[in-house]
Design a protein around this ligand. Structure first.
Ligand SMILES: Cc1ncc(COP(=O)(O)O)c(C=O)c1O
Length: 407
């Protein structure tokens, strides 16, 4: 694409941003399945290692398939945003082998012994374990609060001068709690605290945290960005280009959490249809939530798009649409949940989310099975709770499947 042609739409950027003409004129960037890259002469190797000449060296450090996906994601997170000087916002993305690998680079690349992380109590369980069990072994402490309450956030910041990073996951897995990115970022910036946002549930089409001055955005690309459930991956995106190209890149390379060319290729293909998919995910999501809310077998629906959700106002304020993730509680508890799951005929019983198909999981018996009952219930995860990622099917088929399974 001619770089002088300004793209006015997010969908066009999803298709064209990040793509470079292939030297052999392939339309789609081929899979560069090569662990290493060659030099015309020894001096060229020297120039590449010293950074004097751009070019690939070794696929743990970079690969054309990673670059395409990274640049596309950076363009989408920055779409139509400006930096403090009024110029188009520049971001640097680093693709990883999984979401957890990208979160490890975020933590290990920015924190040192004695630092503290502030976060909300509802978090993806893997990250919760990383910050409350693994990082304390290295002298980094986690402060967990209810960040939906700005007074509690203020108190935590005042009581803990060592807080270096505020990590927000909104909407959060699996409770769909939402926290106010703009207000929390303002509080953090008064104390020079770095802010990172897990944007996995929203995608950049629904929510652009850099608009509010955050420092990092993170995605498990395994979910909506890939969109088809074909590869595990994670991406860390930052606006401080020096920090991203310096200590964060160094940490990623040393920890070895790089992606691989095939998964990066699959991610790039999935990203191209992000806008179309998210529109359909969200309109189906709203229809499913309204159907469940009225169903006599359903006790409660947790969906940010419903006015009954406690974080509805925050979700509407910072998201284009409320998304495709929800959870619901059946009236007859655990057995009703198991019966419902077993009766499904089209929708799929599995963990993960953000796939083209509608998928459901039962946290009490799957993702959160190891967490004690009292602990789970503190976070709203009851035995009969079903988590749902609404897919792209014709919505009537999703409703028909639920209707027969609820009977
Ligand atoms: C919100 C959120 N963040 C992070 C992760 C971790 O990502 P991955 O499984 O790709 O390592 C997940 C995975 O489910 C998630 O849902």
């Amino acid at each position: 694409m001619d770089k002088s042609f300004p793209l006015s739409g997010f969908g066009s950027a999803a298709l064209h941003a990040g793509h470079k003409q292939d030297p052999l004129y392939a339309h789609v960037t081929p899979i560069y399945a090569s662990s290493t890259f060659v030099y015309d002469e020894a001096e060229q190797g020297m120039r590449r290692f010293s950074g004097e000449e751009e070019g690939y060296i070794y696929s743990r450090w970079g690969n054309p398939n990673f670059t395409e996906a990274e640049n596309k994601i950076a363009a989408l997170e920055a779409f139509a945003l400006k930096d403090e000087s009024g110029n188009h916002l520049q971001l640097k993305a680093l693709l990883h082998s999984s979401g957890m690998a990208a979160l490890s680079s975020l933590m290990m690349g920015n924190l040192k012994k004695g630092d503290k992380i502030l976060s909300h109590y509802s978090l993806y369980s893997g990250l919760e374990e990383l910050i409350t069990k693994v990082l304390p072994e290295f002298g980094v402490e986690a402060i967990i609060s209810d960040l939906r309450d700005l007074n509690k956030a203020k108190e935590a910041i005042k009581a803990n001068p060592g807080i270096k990073l505020m990590h927000l996951e909104t909407p959060a897995n699996p409770t769909l709690n939402c926290v106010d990115i703009a207000e929390l970022t303002k509080l953090a910036k008064e104390k020079n605290i770095l802010v990172s946002v897990d944007n996995t549930f929203a995608s950049p089409y629904l929510q652009q945290p850099f608009k509010y001055g955050v420092d990092f955005v993170f995605h498990s690309t395994t979910k909506f960005l890939n969109g088809h459930g074909t590869a595990i991956g994670g991406v860390l995106i930052g606006k401080d280009l020096q920090r991203m190209k310096g200590p964060v890149t160094k940490t990623q390379r040393i920890l070895g959490g790089n992606s691989n060319p095939f998964d990066a290729f699959l991610l790039t293909q999935g990203l191209k249809t992000l806008e179309l998919r998210m529109e359909r995910h969200c309109s189906n999501g709203m229809a499913v939530a309204k159907f469940l809310e009225k169903h006599p077998a359903v006790e409660k629906v947790n969906y940010n798009g419903l006015e009954s959700h406690p974080d509805h106002k925050v979700a509407v304020k910072q998201m284009k649409h409320p998304g495709a993730m929800m959870s619901f509680e059946l009236k007859n508890g655990k057995q009703a949940g198991i019966d419902f799951m077993n009766k499904l005929k089209m929708c799929i019983r599995t963990v993960s989310l953000g796939t083209a198909e509608t998928i459901l999981c039962h946290p009490a018996s799957m993702t959160h099975y190891a967490i004690p009952k009292e602990e789970k219930e503190k976070y709203g995860i009851t035995d009969g709770l079903i988590r749902l990622s609404v897919g792209l099917e014709n919505v009537q088929d999703i409703l028909n499947d639920f209707d027969q399974a609820l009977r």
